[in-house]
Design a protein around this ligand. Structure first.
Ligand SMILES: *[C@@H]1O[C@H](CO)[C@@H](O)[C@H](O)[C@H]1NC(C)=O
Ligand SMILES: *[C@@H]1O[C@H](CO)[C@@H](O)[C@H](O)[C@H]1NC(C)=O
Ligand SMILES: *[C@@H]1O[C@H](CO)[C@@H](O)[C@H](O)[C@H]1NC(C)=O
Ligand SMILES: *[C@@H]1O[C@H](CO)[C@@H](O)[C@H](O)[C@H]1NC(C)=O
Ligand SMILES: *[C@@H]1O[C@H](CO)[C@@H](O)[C@H](O)[C@H]1NC(C)=O
Ligand SMILES: [Cu+2]
Length: 186
């Protein structure tokens, strides 16, 4: 009995340290949002962006330039545009796996979205907060054109950039995200 209690404790602490998957809904309910807008993630954790509506991207930028990554080729991660039909039964998913606990900044490069505050962060800090990042994005409306010029996508095959491994875009069943009540029997 004592042995199994100790064994159970070991299993539990191992599970607590195990990798986590954070699911980020992109464009839910027709809004230009990432939900949740930021996460704390560490090595081994997976961030899965699920494009559930609209026509958005998740694109890496920088804290001081939230709405820009218009280099060619892009130097950061980019999902490319992921249009989702209103009657879609599958959602595109773009995911990355952290290889460290670095801070990373992202935005949507659909015209005008970043300036509406459609930004996302991994591991914002006390000095560089999500709110400050989003405020800078909203204040950058005058540079709107530069956020919209890039329409080509970088390859989404696996690569390593700034501490995360990219898995690219795949499709997943809508039922996985919206709960058991929507399960369609095959
Ligand atoms: C979408 O809107 C409905 C109704 O307001 C709400 O219950 C639901 O939580 C929203 N979903 C998301 C992902 O925001
Ligand atoms: C992330 O961690 C910070 C402390 O390091 C905490 O203040 C914040 O609430 C956490 N954010 C999330 C989304 O868990
Ligand atoms: C998605 O948005 C991009 C950039 O604005 C545009 O080029 C593309 O045609 C859009 N796709 C759809 C299916 O609307
Ligand atoms: C593009 O993203 C990379 C990776 O975060 C960043 O280092 C670079 O400054 C960004 N480029 C622009 C023009 O914002
Ligand atoms: C979704 O709507 C479009 C346009 O109305 C239609 O062409 C398409 O067949 C529909 N797809 C499904 C899966 O119902
Ligand atoms: Cu968007």
């Amino acid at each position: 009995m004592r042995f199994s209690a100790a064994f159970f404790a070991v299993v539990c602490s191992a599970a607590a340290a195990a990798q986590q998957t954070y699911t980020i809904l992109v464009g839910s309910n027709g809004t230009a949002t990432f939900n949740p807008p930021y996460v704390n993630a560490t090595s081994g954790d997976k961030i899965a962006f699920q494009f559930v509506g609209g026509n958005h991207t998740v694109t890496q930028s920088a804290f001081n330039m939230p709405c820009e990554n218009n280099t060619s080729p892009m130097t950061g991660m980019d999902s490319g545009f992921q249009p989702v039909a209103t009657n879609a039964s599958m959602y595109p998913q773009y995911s990355l796996t952290m290889t460290n606990s670095n801070t990373m900044w992202f935005y949507c490069r659909q015209i005008g979205h970043c300036e509406k505050g459609m930004v996302f962060a991994i591991n914002p800090t006390e000095q560089m907060t999500f709110q400050a990042f989003q405020n800078t994005a909203k204040a950058s409306g005058s540079s709107l054109s530069s956020s919209a010029t890039m329409s080509g996508a970088m390859p989404v095959s696996a690569s390593t950039t700034n501490g995360a491994v990219l898995h690219g875009v795949s499709s997943a069943f809508v039922t996985l995200f919206l709960g058991a009540s929507l399960i369609i029997l095959a």
